[in-house]
Design a protein around this ligand. Structure first.
Ligand code: ADP
Ligand code: ASP
Ligand code: MG
Length: 402
């Protein structure tokens, strides 16, 4: 059996953790499996490297930033290889370049275009454990790129797809995917299974346990994922096309995203094409928007609000202000003190009243809802940031604790 295993930053944070993971790898290898193992940078290494860069230059080029960030993962694979060597096991570590993970040219959030499998196959044929640096690839200029935060998940899934692996195991510091972040909601329950679509919504709405693009890849290539703990031996969560939870459970999980900001364009001229011009300006700046609301307002103008990732807020603001006279509005205001709380579940489609239960939970806590967005399997509410944890707990109690 060919297995792709991925271990996240906390799983390899120090020497003791590396030895622990080496034990898991060794056990699978000694059972006779072919193993490709993707590693993240140790602990908070990526954040520390970002801090180091900021000390030198607060505005470095993305190319050089990627050159720096990719070193974190390279340390992990080398250290893990040394550990496995010390145990007398055959092993080789490979960077994204050595494997042949080719990406597009978007430094900082590159997408994988192609994975060459020849080198991997050669190493596997030699019966070696192959360690691959996660989160990185190489673009057409032969420059290193990174895949976006949490990108080692995407590396693992893409390798599993390219190699037609029999299993793809994502080892992390919790026992699987829970109904909510188990570190914030102690009552959260571990899910036995979850569908790709539900996991994609949870990941996109702030559940960092899997990177959302890794879930997209898994769905596209039919890679079944298993999320499990590197520290506790326990059955994890399967991420797949259909799950048995769909029938029993109305909702599957609750996620929270505090890294969002609201952009309000005030007094937009009330004429055809205004909304287009506003959103076009923002999208041309490479900013994704969510939860668009237009308030029918005074006289000949409307206010338009939407939510963006906090890191994109300034860019959206600048792009709008640059075109202020062409679009026709009074001013733009930014509110960073908000959070988005989302309830996800495939069972929502068939049961009415989910939304009202969510609103009731928030009302019980006297939390004001500022914006609402619904889709077939998701309801999101924007609320003030300080109420976010209380909101998640209240909704969790309503659906899972009675
Ligand atoms: P890794 O370093 O292994 O990639 P991450 O820190 O990226 O790990 O993701 C694991 C973390 O995701 C957990 O420690 C947990 O706090 C958080 N998390 C958020 N939402 C959930 C959820 N619904 N289920 C499980 N973990 C979650
Ligand atoms: N080390 C990278 C990050 O911190 C990638 C990952 O952990 O998956 O985002
Ligand atoms: Mg992660």
């Amino acid at each position: 059996m060919l297995i792709v295993q991925k271990f996240g930053g906390s799983s390899v944070a120090n020497a003791e953790r590396i030895r622990n993971v080496a034990g898991i790898i060794a056990e699978s290898f000694l059972m006779g499996h072919d193993l490709v193992v993707v590693l993240s940078a140790q602990g908070d290494t990526t954040d520390e490297l970002l801090d180091k860069a900021a000390e030198i230059n607060p505005n470095p080029s993305k190319r050089e930033l990627d050159m720096l960030l990719t070193t974190g993962e390279q340390q992990s694979i080398a250290l893990m290889a040394m550990c496995l060597e010390g145990m007398g096991l055959p092993v080789v570590s490979l960077t994204g370049w050595q494997v042949g993970i080719r990406t597009d040219t978007v430094y900082g959030s590159a997408r994988i275009r192609r994975i060459y499998t020849e080198r991997l196959r050669r190493e596997l044929d030699k019966k070696r454990i192959v360690l691959v640096a996660g989160f990185q690839g190489v673009n057409k200029f032969d420059d290193y790129t990174t895949l976006g935060r949490g990108g080692s998940d995407a590396t693992a899934v893409a390798l599993a797809a390219a190699l037609h692996a029999d299993r793809c195991q994502i080892f992390t510091d919790v026992e699987g995917v829970y109904t909510s972040d188990p570190r914030k909601v102690p009552e959260a329950k571990k899910l036995e299974e979850i569908t790709y679509d539900e996991m994609l919504e949870l990941a996109s709405m702030g559940a960092q346990v899997l990177m959302n693009r890794s879930v997209q890849l898994a769905k596209r290539y039919g890679v079944e994922l298993e999320v499990l703990s590197s520290l506790v031996r326990a059955p994890g969560t399967k991420v797949k096309e259909v799950s048995k939870n769909m029938e029993e459970m109305k909702i599957t999980g609750i996620a929270k995203d505090e890294h969002v900001a609201r952009v309000t364009v005030v007094k937009v001229a009330d004429r055809p094409g205004s909304a287009f011009r506003v959103l076009n300006a923002v999208s041309k700046a490479g900013v994704d928007v969510d939860m668009i609301i237009q308030a029918n307002g005074r006289e000949e103008t409307n206010d338009m609000s939407f939510v963006v990732a906090e890191g994109d807020a300034q860019r959206a603001y600048d792009a709008l202000m640059e075109r202020r006279s062409a679009i026709g509005f009074d001013h733009v205001s930014l509110d960073r003190d908000i959070a988005k709380v989302s309830v996800v579940g495939a069972g929502m489609m068939s049961s009415a009243g989910i939304a009202s239960l969510v609103f009731e939970a928030l009302n019980d806590e006297h939390i004001n809802i500022q914006m609402i967005n619904t889709s077939e399997i998701k309801i999101s509410c924007v609320i003030d940031a300080p109420s976010a944890d209380r909101a998640v707990s209240a909704i969790h109690r309503k659906f899972f604790e009675s």
